[in-house]
Design a binder for this molecule. Structure first.
Ligand code: SAM
Length: 166
């Protein structure tokens, strides 16, 4: 089946639908989805385990409407800054911060992460929008780290396909 791939400079602002994207983070609905999410959560759990990556400030670029990526980090960093490009994603994060009605329910994900805390796994990086990533690296303080899905080339949100670094 051919999927629509929106194009243009404002592709995320105009097309990225946070509520559709959040479907990926609904646990116990689809075994493959659960497997991917478990993989991500285990990765973060291993990265931010005690004695692992820790620091004062963690800046997450392109946080989207999600907070799962911060759950294991919040014990290891004093401050976490979530950033995104689209208004709708930032509104979704604000809804979560303010516990507003209709906010996405992260509790099954939080529960899974809490269960992982009893146990504890390792992590990889990559190549160019690599140019942009290289630039991001120059913004890090000495000893700072950059973490992300560097090997992913595209992902689907509903029937729309979004490219990451080709
Ligand atoms: C695949 S989503 C990732 C969301 C979340 N980090 C996660 O792990 O599920 C990619 C996000 O990057 C954001 N984004 C795209 N271009 C960006 C840019 N130039 N600066 C900051 N964020 C950007 C999009 O708005 C989108 O929310």
């Amino acid at each position: 089946m051919a999927h629509q791939e929106p194009k243009g400079p404002d592709v995320y602002q105009e097309n990225f639908e946070p509520t559709s994207y959040l479907d990926y983070y609904k646990m116990n609905q689809d075994p493959i989805g659960d497997e991917v999410l478990h993989f991500l959560l285990k990765h973060y759990n291993a990265t931010f385990k005690p004695g692992g990556l820790e620091g004062k400030l963690l800046i997450n670029i392109g946080s989207g409407p999600t907070i799962y990526q911060f759950l294991s980090a919040c014990e290891s960093f004093q401050e976490i800054i979530a950033t995104d490009y689209t208004d709708k994603n930032l509104q979704e994060l604000e809804k979560w911060l303010k516990k507003m009605p209709g906010v996405f329910d992260w509790s099954p994900v939080v529960k899974y992460v809490c269960e992982l805390e009893g146990n504890r796994l390792p992590a990889p990086p990559p190549q160019a929008c690599r140019h942009a990533l290289r630039h991001l690296r120059t913004l890090l303080r000495p000893g700072g780290h950059l973490s992300g899905s560097f090997k992913t080339t595209f992902f689907m949100v509903g029937d729309k396909r979004f490219r990451l670094c080709p």
